[in-house]
Write a protein that binds this ligand. Structure first.
Ligand code: ZN
Ligand code: ZN
Length: 356
């Protein structure tokens, strides 16, 4: 599996006339090498590949990284990279400009003086956006755990609980059911706070008649789930029930249109134009979705500005939302696998408005 990824990467490198590629973004390092630690990089040239980490990871790297020569160093990773024999000659070395800090860039320039550093984007992003069977199996497992968490959480939700209480239960249940970690801090936003698309869970207590946005995910083998449901505790206003139906219809339309190879912005427009037609266009301020894998947000981006294309093998989220300041909001999010003629929805949690 890692050999195939390297092979595909070398093909792209050769198209871009690169002699080598420096990969520093940890999810990309993991994708290529299998390393799951927090400090490491890899250098792939046309004929060789090496993985560099610090001495804390000597044993872990040996057990996780199979197809790379492993170098452990007490120096900074860029200093260690400069010692590599491949770096001794003049070459064009690509690096991911999106994921290198200014300090990292300065250190690279200092240590790799003879090398022509070429900023690149999306070499690994593009490759990693097409999932193989083992990756899909891990995402499926993570989604199944989150589905199970949702089925348990809806029995716990009641007036008087704080958003933080609910977030703590989600995190606990994820781990109890076999996940490594939360994919991100769970979002639990109730009542007027549900109008903030990315509200953090707070000490606010949930009141009867409020809607609650639950946006949560977990991680299995490094792969993430990401799911949102909006439920009501008690009976919400007619307006919120109507908004929920509009968001659900928009979500179903987009899921229905997601297949084959289409421009991401065309898919975004399916949900956005429907919400606009129903009179809530200006209350849908974010993109429709994103790729999901080793990162919670990865390629392709599904927004009205995106230049990405959706292709078979992508795992993406579809998550329209409508947020009305002072009143509340609704978001519904599923992860789907794009196939040639349709898509497969991974989440099984009910999407209709549950009134608990
Ligand atoms: Zn989410
Ligand atoms: Zn998401």
């Amino acid at each position: 599996m890692h050999e195939q990824r390297l092979h595909a990467l070398r093909r792209s490198m050769s198209h871009a006339s690169l002699d080598g590629l420096l990969v520093t973004h940890l999810p990309h390092v993991r994708y290529l090498t299998g390393f799951s630690g927090s400090n490491g990089l890899c250098i792939i040239t046309r004929r060789s590949q090496c993985f560099i980490t610090d001495t804390r990871y000597r044993d872990q790297a040996k057990s996780e990284v199979k197809h790379f020569r492993i170098v452990t160093s007490r120096n900074s990773l860029f200093e260690a990279a400069a010692q590599e024999p491949a770096m001794a000659r003049r070459m064009r070395l690509g690096f991911d400009s999106k994921h290198l800090s200014v300090a990292g860039w300065q250190s690279l320039k200092k240590h790799l003086r003879r090398i022509a550093l070429v900023p690149t984007e999306s070499f690994v992003d593009g490759l990693a956006s097409i999932k193989d069977d083992s990756e899909i199996a891990s995402i499926r497992r993570a989604v199944r755990i989150s589905d199970e968490v949702f089925s348990l959480i809806i029995h716990l939700l009641k007036p008087g609980l704080s958003e933080l209480d609910v977030a703590a239960e989600i995190g606990y249940l994820h781990r109890k059911l076999g996940a490594e970690a939360d994919a991100f801090e769970p979002i639990v936003a109730s009542g007027p706070r549900a109008a903030w698309p990315h509200a953090r869970a707070s000490a606010k207590r949930i009141r009867s008649g409020e809607v609650v946005i639950l946006d949560f995910g977990c991680r299995v083998n490094g792969y993430n789930s990401d799911c949102t449901r909006t439920v009501a505790v008690g009976r919400p206003s007619v307006r919120m029930r109507k908004v929920h139906q509009i968001v659900l219809d928009a979500q179903l339309r987009a899921v229905d249109a997601a297949r084959g190879r289409i421009a991401a912005r065309t898919l975004d427009a399916v949900a956005r134009s429907y919400i606009k037609k129903m009179g809530y266009g200006k209350f849908f301020p974010h993109s429709l979705g994103h790729g999901l894998g080793l990162e919670v947000h990865e390629a392709p981006r599904i927004s009205s500005l995106s230049k990405d294309f959706i292709q078979p093998g992508n795992v993406v989220t579809i998550e329209p939302g409508v947020y009305m300041p002072g009143l509340g909001g609704v978001r519904i999010e599923d992860a789907i696998i794009i196939r040639e003629d349709d898509c497969s929805v991974l989440n099984r949690s009910p999407k209709e408005l549950l009134m608990l």
